[in-house]
Design a protein around this ligand. Structure first.
Ligand code: AP5
Length: 212
């Protein structure tokens, strides 16, 4: 199974990717996580992209495509994968097609802006294992400690109100055209999330993928 998770920042892509990954036993390939790991390690790539992420802009297609290609060639991707946060532009989607990637479905997580603005304001993430929590809607068992690996939870650099607004604009300008791109290929499966809980959205996703 090869899946794309599409939706505005904070729509719950990473949260649901973890559920699907556990259910299907396939990895999540998140370009955001790859870039943040590079920033934390202060690699040349990390130094190149740090300001771009902090400002809510997109990293160039020329940087992203080789990164995701290399990740897809790793052995754990043989049985499939979940693409979280990529493709993000029509050029990236075309680039994946040129690599021969054929996805089974593109899940579109439809969540109103007001809901995601609140969610991102309360998000706490683990820089070690990438698990995401929310201070009230999806709290960790112990405040500011990751349930999965026990490390400290932090606030992402791009979860400041001004940057959240810019990320939403960038989604409309550069990523939303992918809905038409994958609709034309018969791949889009809408997930009408509204303000549903994590568990309710997971149930919808499994039903949509006929895993229920
Ligand atoms: P990326 O890391 O991909 O971030 P994003 O798309 O902005 O999405 P988020 O991670 O913010 O949100 P999410 O939808 O995963 O929500 P989550 O599950 O965490 O990209 C970051 C940056 O990297 C980009 O801005 C860009 O600069 C760069 N980048 C990455 N990929 C790129 C690419 N391909 N091309 C170019 N640049 C790229 O949930 C959010 C919060 O809500 C959490 O607190 C969670 O606990 C909570 N929550 C989730 N679901 C629910 C629910 N149903 N009810 C209540 N709370 C919920």
């Amino acid at each position: 199974m090869k899946l794309i998770l599409l939706g505005v920042p904070g729509a719950g892509k990473g949260t649901q990717a973890a559920q699907i990954s556990a259910r299907l036993g396939i990895p999540t390939l998140s370009t955001g996580n790859i870039l943040r790991a590079a920033i934390a390690a202060k690699t040349p790539l990390g130094l190149q992209v740090e300001g771009i992420l902090a400002g809510g802009e997109l990293v160039s297609d020329e940087v992203i495509l080789p990164l995701i290609k290399a990740r897809m060639e790793e052995p754990d991707c043989k049985a499939g994968y979940i693409l979280d946060g990529v493709p993000r532009t029509v050029a990236q989607a075309e680039g994946l097609e040129e690599l021969g990637v054929e996805v089974d479905a593109c899940l579109f997580f439809d969540v109103p802006d007001a809901v995601v603005i609140d969610r991102l304001g309360g998000r706490r993430t683990c820089g070690t294992c990438n698990a995401a929590f929310h201070v009230s809607a999806n709290p960790p068992n112990v405040a500011d400690v990751c349930d999965v690996c026990g490390d400290a939870l932090t606030i992402r650099a791009d979860d400041e109100p001004e940057t959240i607004r810019r990320r939403l604009e960038v989604f409309r300008e550069q990523t939303a055209p992918l809905i038409d791109f994958y609709t034309a290929r018969g791949k889009v499966k809408p997930i009408p999330c509204g303000d549903k809980s994590v568990e309710e959205v997971t149930a919808l996703v499994f039903q949509t993928l006929e895993l229920a």
